[in-house]
Design a protein around this ligand. Structure first.
Ligand SMILES: Cc1cc2nc3c(=O)[nH]c(=O)nc-3n(C[C@H](O)[C@H](O)[C@H](O)COP(=O)(O)O)c2cc1C
Ligand SMILES: C=C(O[C@@H]1CC(C(=O)O)=C[C@@H](OP(=O)(O)O)[C@H]1O)C(=O)O
Length: 363
């Protein structure tokens, strides 16, 4: 089992969705960091389930209890361990899927990999719930990065075929990112946001689900962060993003679209703005040679439609070795995307902080 990640900061996440608790142990944090708990609470709430009609009905406050590594209102620098109790489990919804594998969830592969010993209730360790400890860890990373004025913000770029405006790749206001962070459904165009919510509600009514894309920017990252080949900014952020349940695609800058451009269109031509080095365009999304250029770091993360749906689907009964069908009941997100926004930002913060620690001393 590899639930451990990181080089300078080492994260170990644990727990199952219907077990007693979930949590994280964070090793390698700098000592002496005073945490803003109202910020942590807000970040946890952005992701937490059960807050509105476009979320799963499971109600979890996701109150974090710190067990170690925080003393006299400061991090100690020794492992910071935090726990989140599971308080609203309804495990009987999962009796049926003990043997009947939900198409597109981790049930089947988890059963194979762990020889049927995996906790299947609520997806167990494969559940999106395990992103709560990631958001807690990310909310600490965000606070450390903020001391260097680095801010991370996202908007819902698309739901199904419905698209928001994209970020301007050059001119992004910090205040805009702060207001997106404060929104329950962050979009650049509120009319489109309203129609996206209606789309989610209509697929939910139909017993179905829908996917979408989150677009994220990291503003004020210094140039010179990241090390090729394997600790490039892209590989570090992408490896964490692809660990988030439901993520099926990641692209940086213009991503797949840059492949259709000529060099004369795709190249980001450079200039001096006083002492500052800038580029006229930012098609590479602020990363060249795996290293930050100082331009905004931009990436998009694609989420698949929620696997658990109320429509009849063909699948297998693994213990009886028979084909069967399944109509899933229970409490599920009709769309993962709105609650995944703070998860994406959190893993980006952790990835960047880990790479920053290669070049900057924090204590
Ligand atoms: C925040 C969040 C919420 C999720 N909610 C659900 C859900 O309610 N029902 C469900 O079937 N999958 C949900 N998922 C997705 C599954 O956890 C995911 O598809 C599954 O673990 C398989 O992983 P894979 O998509 O990476 O293959 C959620 C994921 C995240 C990140
Ligand atoms: C509990 C959370 O989301 C859960 C993620 C999830 C899944 O399969 O990923 C399935 C559902 O679990 P349950 O059937 O127990 O309600 C969601 O509610 C959470 O994000 O905190």
């Amino acid at each position: 089992m590899s639930s451990v990640w990181g080089k300078n900061i080492k994260l170990s996440i644990f727990g199952e969705s219907h077990g007693r608790a979930i949590g994280v142990n964070i090793d390698g944090l700098p000592p002496g960091v005073e945490l803003d708990f109202s910020f942590i609470k807000r970040e946890m709430k952005r992701r937490s389930p059960g807050r509105n009609s476009i979320n799963t009905k499971r109600q979890e406050v996701d109150q974090v209890e710190i067990l170690s590594g925080y003393f006299n209102n400061k991090t100690t620098g020794t492992p910071l361990c935090a726990i989140i109790w599971n308080t609203d489990k309804k495990s009987k919804d999962y009796d049926l899927i003990k043997d009947i594998m939900r198409p597109s969830h981790g049930d089947y592969t988890g059963n194979i990999r762990y020889k049927g010993y995996n906790d299947y209730r609520g997806g167990g360790h494969f559940s999106g719930r395990i992103t709560a400890p990631l958001v807690f860890a990310g909310s600490i990373a965000k606070q450390i990065l903020a001391k260097d004025k680095i801010i991370i913000g996202s908007h819902i770029y698309s739901i199904g075929e419905m698209k928001d405006k994209g970020f301007d790749y050059i001119d992004i206001e910090k205040e805009k990112l702060v207001s997106l962070q404060e929104s329950d459904f962050p979009v650049l165009d509120n009319d489109i946001g309203q129609r996206m919510k209606e789309l989610i509600l209509s697929v939910k009514k139909d017993g179905d689900s829908v996917g979408g894309v989150v677009e994220t920017v990291i503003l004020n990252s210094p140039s010179g962060i990241g090390s090729p080949f394997f600790d490039s900014i892209e590989s570090t952020i992408a490896s964490l993003l692809f660990s988030v349940p439901g993520v099926k695609g990641v692209e940086f800058g213009k991503g797949f679209q840059i492949s259709k451009m000529k060099g004369s269109q795709g190249n980001d031509q450079m200039y001096f703005l006083g002492e500052k080095i800038q580029s006229y365009t930012n098609n590479n999304g602020g990363i060249l040679g795996g290293i930050s250029s100082g331009m905004p770091i931009i990436f998009r993360t694609a989420f698949k439609p929620t696997p658990s749906i109320g429509k009849e689907q063909r699948t297998i009964n693994i213990s009886k070795r028979k084909n069967t069908s399944l109509k899933i009941e229970g409490r599920h997100d009709p769309c993962i995307v709105p609650r995944a926004v703070p998860v994406v930002e959190s893993v980006a913060a952790l990835a960047l902080l880990d790479l920053m620690m290669d070049v900057k001393k924090y204590d």
